[in-house]
Design a protein around this ligand. Structure first.
Ligand code: BMA
Length: 846
């Protein structure tokens, strides 16, 4: 396919430029991946990319237009034009809702060359129209769209003319359409579906959720191009079948659009550039089906279990004269995945390459209320940090939008297993409306075809938390399941997540049920949702508040950025924080930090329980990983990608080896468990020390242990009744650690009490800093036990290798701080602050 950038019509691209730009062009269906590349073939398809800033946008019927950038949306263009305030600041969101109540028109022109007009087929391919759109070319209506999640292809050849062409796309406000649909359905079937999300195929969270305000975007939110071709590749899927002898058979299906008499396809499978298999065959009835065998496959493994070798399957379409028309490619990972249903004593669990794996990670929501602002770099940041924090699993929650190919590619590369959830959440749907159902089927078909080659996708899930309604089974058990099983035989599909009859568990007894963290101890299974809210870091709160709003965490603006369904989420955060860490300090910023310690404590309690509980529990995914705007939510990292305490702690509670325990202050008994997700058995040393809060070592032991692979074992049972009666349960700390091959692979703290009951001594933290420019190493020592010690640079964004550490005398904590901009050692010391829970939790001071 050759591509013409509409930005610079007159400038014909050099071959190198063309290859660069072709890397990303879309086919109408599946092949739209940064790794789905197309090589230029002289007689191949011609693409004219219409993205960029050649567009204008105006409210329908209003004279004034503003510049528009595609991909984008009404809100991104109005913001750029200064027509609306930042919806993320203060209570501005309420001031921008008017935009969603209007119809908006996007216009631009483009030049059509003789060559384009000479093509047998000329289509306008819109990879993402949000949502209710009507399209005109040169004043002629060429089509309509009503699903944000589908690619819309319109035949424009009849209306195309040489030279300048006028393209117009109008996006309608949703409410009239929703009302019309709702009424018609009620009249026909007597069922009244009032929820607008039931009617419009658009990201459910855009109507607002219990962690964000509504932002109902409209616009061209994905690439848009004019495609001229005689024939072209419209789809490429590769199914793998693992043979008993270890080889893997690949079934390579290529779909071809347009005239293909005498055409053929050659498929090549390569790894790191080396071809491992090849086949050629004819195209018949618009398709080619080839089979190849990979004799010695290199298997794809989740993070922590092995590598992620990715093979490239490249197909080349040639015409009857053997001339190359187009080349397309996909990256695949060779692996088997099985989801084993729960049975006595063993939870539902994943088996990758026949090896059980404990799924650890979090739930992903859209990374912005304005999706087109989420760049591949931002996705790479999140997924790379996830691996850094020992995640091997992320659930793509059903209330967002289908993520970009880049996210799936990243998870393939990084070994992050994905639960792919179709975009239905907490609503009922009009299954008896045939038009609506046909729209749904096309969406599911397209999204499944687009994503089915990604080795990272291990679970397909129909929806999020939808309770039973008439039509539920039809939609989620019949239609969606049917499409997934037809396109990907053998894949694991569950009807829904966390509700009606699904395998995975959402446990909300703590936050929504006001139970203490300890109640997680009574739950086991494949847990894909549990959470605790906290407030963001001070710099983030500063970004959406005035000083007056920061007099109290309960100020109207602070409340506006907290949306728990209870309507009093801030009180709830403070009540939970008080129950574990005592009354919050008067200082605003310190209160923010204390709520984060509470979130970290609560999440750690749950994760450690479920990991110790393996195999009765085989997953712990925290609600939620990220935020789509700045506010008080369950997120582990905030909208500006500033880490909260829980994300630092996840590095440790998700580490391949975990040492943790349970304790009973009444009996003085403490059990220490070693949990390993390591692929192999390992000999190690368990050493523990019991100190009081003055740091005096009261008892300690070192013992050799065996650490079986992928197992959780009680490694030690301590009877500390004597120390408890001598020193008091709340005055004791157990410091267990595990050494493997001379390396400390795990360490932890275990108390006989909640943090609030600890009566801490004031630690005198000795801080040394080495380094310069953009990197400093901070070494921290203490004289008495210091808990949840963290370093930060005031009013400066930086990356911290770790934070919120528990420290005891004789052990030095080391935190590497990497800066975005160089800083002098003087400035570094001036901005550096190292504190512990003692500084922010007055109730914990002795
Ligand atoms: C579950 C999730 C989300 C919600 C979260 C917190 O329901 O599926 O819908 O944000 O709980 O309430």
């Amino acid at each position: 396919m050759r591509r013409l950038s509409s930005q610079a019509q007159s400038h014909f691209l050099t071959r190198r430029e063309m290859l660069q730009v072709t890397a990303g062009i879309g086919m109408t269906l599946a092949l739209d991946s940064s790794h789905g590349c197309f090589a230029a073939e002289p007689s191949g398809p011609l693409s004219l990319d219409l993205a960029g800033d050649m567009w204008t946008m105006q409210e329908e019927g209003q004279p004034q237009a503003v510049p528009a950038v595609v991909p984008g949306s009404t809100y991104t263009d109005l913001l750029r034009a200064g027509k609306i305030p930042d919806p993320f600041y203060g209570e501005n969101n309420g001031k921008v809702q008017w935009a969603a109540e209007k119809n908006w028109v996007f216009d631009r022109t483009f030049e059509a060359t003789e060559e384009l007009l000479g093509k047998q087929h000329v289509e306008l391919v819109c990879h993402g129209l949000d949502t209710l759109a009507t399209v005109w070319l040169n004043g002629q209506q060429v089509g309509r769209a009503d699903n944000m999640f589908r690619t819309w292809t319109f035949d424009i050849k009849p209306h195309l003319r040489k030279g300048t062409n006028q393209l117009r796309i109008r996006f309608d406000t949703l409410a009239p359409y929703v009302e019309e649909q709702r009424k018609a359905y009620q009249q026909r079937f007597g069922t009244n579906l009032e929820n607008p999300r039931s009617w419009v195929r658009k990201g459910p969270y855009m109507w607002g959720w219990d962690w964000c305000q509504p932002v109902l975007t409209q616009g061209i939110w994905k690439k848009i191009e004019v495609l001229g071709f005689g024939s072209r590749i419209s789809d490429l899927t590769v199914l793998q079948d693992h043979q008993a002898d270890g080889s893997v058979r690949l079934d390579i299906h290529t779909a071809v659009l347009g005239g293909s008499g005498g055409s053929a396809v050659t498929a090549q499978v390569s790894l790191a550039g080396a071809v491992v298999a090849e086949a050629t065959g004819p195209v018949a009835d618009g398709a080619s089906a080839l089979q190849v065998l990979v004799p010695k496959p290199q298997l794809w493994w989740p993070n922590g279990m092995g590598d992620q070798p990715l093979y490239t399957v490249t197909v080349r379409l040639t015409d009857a004269n053997g001339q190359g028309v187009e080349t397309a490619s996909r990256r695949i990972g060779l692996r088997t995945v099985e989801v084993v249903p729960p049975k006595e004593g063993v939870a539902m669990h994943l088996r990758v390459n026949a090896t059980p794996v404990f799924a650890k990670g979090a739930d992903w929501i859209p990374a912005d209320n304005l999706p087109t602002r989420v760049t591949p770099e931002i996705l790479r940041w999140y997924m790379t940090r996830a691996v850094e924090c020992n995640f091997n699993f992320i659930r793509l929650w059903g209330g967002g939008y289908y993520e970009e190919d880049e996210l799936f590619d990243l998870c393939d590369e990084l070994g992050i297993m994905l639960q792919f959830e179709f975009k239905f959440a907490n609503a009922s749907y009009p299954d008896r409306d045939q038009t609506w159902m046909a729209n749904l089927e096309a969406e599911i078909e397209e999204q499944t075809r687009r994503c089915l080659n990604h080795p990272s996708i291990v679970i397909w899930s129909g929806n999020n938390e939808i309770e039973y309604f008439n039509g539920y089974n039809h939609i989620f058990q019949d239609v969606i399941a049917g499409i997934v099983h037809r396109l990907l035989p053998g894949a694991f599909y569950e009807v829904g997540s966390g509700a009606h009859g699904s395998g995975d568990i959402h446990t909300w007894g703590v936050w929504h049920g006001n139970q203490p963290a300890e109640s997680y101890g009574k739950i086991d299974g494949f847990v894909t949702e549990f959470g605790m809210q906290s407030l963001p870091v001070p710099m983030t709160v500063d970004s959406y508040t005035d000083a007056a709003d920061r007099q109290s965490v309960d100020s109207p603006v602070m409340r506006y950025h907290e949306l728990d369904g209870s309507g009093h989420g801030i009180e709830k955060i403070m009540r939970f924080t008080a129950s574990n860490f005592g009354q919050a300090p008067d200082n605003f910023d310190d209160t923010l930090w204390l709520t984060q310690l509470n979130q970290a404590w609560t999440m750690r309690y749950g994760v450690e329980h479920w990991r110790r509980d393996m195999p009765r529990s085989m997953a712990a995914a925290i609600w939620q990983y990220n935020d789509c705007w700045p506010g008080a939510t369950w997120a582990m990292v905030d909208y500006y990608r500033r880490w909260k305490a829980v994300l630092y702690q996840s590095k440790h509670f998700f580490a391949p080896v975990l040492v943790s325990g349970v304790s009973d202050p009444k009996t003085g008994r403490a059990e220490i468990y070693v949990t390993s997700d390591l692929p192999d058995d390992a000999p190690g040393t368990l050493q523990w020390c019991v100190t009081n809060l003055a740091g005096d070592a009261l008892k300690e032991e070192v013992k050799q242990i065996q650490i079986p692979a992928r197992t959780s074992r009680q490694a030690e049972a301590l009877d500390l009744a004597d120390l408890v009666s001598a020193h008091g349960a709340a005055n004791l700390v157990i410091w267990p650690e595990v050494i493997v091959n001379g390396l400390r692979v795990a360490e932890n703290t275990l108390f006989f009490a909640r943090p609030v009951e600890l009566k801490l001594r004031q630690p005198s933290l000795k801080v040394r800093a080495h380094g310069g420019e953009r990197q400093y190493d901070v070494l921290i020592d203490t004289d008495v036990p210091a808990f949840w010690v963290w370093a930060r640079l005031k009013d400066t964004d930086a990356t911290y290798s770790d934070n919120f550490l528990c420290l005891r005398r004789g052990r030095t904590a080391e935190i590497r701080i990497t800066l975005d901009q160089p800083m002098t050692p003087f400035d570094f010391r001036r901005r550096l602050e190292v504190r512990s829970v003692y500084d922010i939790a007055p109730a914990m001071r002795s």
